[in-house]
Design a protein around this ligand. Structure first.
Ligand code: GSH
Length: 228
């Protein structure tokens, strides 16, 4: 039986846009696992109620469910040791990369695309998304996104750690891509699947890396509905 994967989807069910789900979609491809894909909307909490929480990604494999992207990555690495490694024996440093991405990269990108995300959602999710995110930001989605041009320079500056790695290696995983790449890439894929806003300059090496990750696994991420 294939592994079941609950993945956040928009009005167009083919538009998958969660940064955390993209981490796992890439990790599943890396592990060469067949996936029974379940598109999921924000307000379909009942469908994942069996996990005791309300967030995706969720996987069900070998009779057990796992949620939280990091826990899923660890589960895949432990359960499929004969498949290409996600951590390359360096779990703790990769946890650092994933954690840095969540705390530094994801929030900045989220703030720059939050109103654009609304437009790709299923109608039934829109009120929930607006209300929950406006509460989080303490302002309207449109206000949160309005100053994104002013935010870009600080965002670019905060990405220096990525450029430092790419100056010496093609991937954040070094000579080969691994979960470090997918953990950061999730945020850029989230943006390209929901917004036409250009986050990266044409000459930024991070854009070249993003495109290399996008094109992995036969263009898994490249083929997804997106704005570039
Ligand atoms: N720490 C979790 C975060 C997962 C998360 O925030 N997922 C979002 C989608 S990107 C979600 O399911 N949100 C549901 C909601 O806001 O109701 C992970 O790493 O998987």
């Amino acid at each position: 039986m294939s592994l079941v994967f609950y993945d956040l989807a928009g009005a167009d069910r083919a538009r998958r846009f969660s940064p955390y789900c993209w981490r796992i979609r890439m990790a599943l491809a890396h592990k060469q696992l067949a996936v029974d894909d379940r598109p999921w909307c924000f307000t379909e909490k009942d469908a994942i109620g069996f996990t005791g929480q309300g967030l995706v990604p969720v996987i069900v494999d070998r009779g057990r469910s796992v949620h939280d992207s990091w826990e899923i990555a660890r589960y895949l690495e432990a359960t499929y040791p004969d498949r290409p490694s996600l951590f390359g024996g360096a779990e703790a440093p990769i946890r650092l990369v994933a954690s840095w991405a969540e705390r530094v990269v994801y929030p900045q990108i989220g703030r720059m695309i939050i109103a654009d995300i609304l437009a790709v959602l299923d109608e039934k999710d829109k009120a929930y998304f607006r209300e929950s995110r406006e509460k989080r930001f303490g302002m309207s989605l449109e206000e949160a996104q309005a100053d994104r041009d002013q935010r870009l320079p600080a965002f670019h500056q905060s990405l220096e750690p990525i450029r430092a790695v790419l100056a010496g290696y093609p991937w954040l995983g070094g000579e080969r891509p691994n979960y470090a790449d997918y953990a950061v890439f999730g945020a850029f894929q989230w943006a390209r699947c929901t917004s036409a806003y250009r986050l990266l300059a044409e000459d930024d090496p991070i854009l070249g890396w993003r495109n290399r990750v996008r094109d992995l696994f036969g263009g898994l991420a490249a083929k997804a509905p997106a704005f570039d």
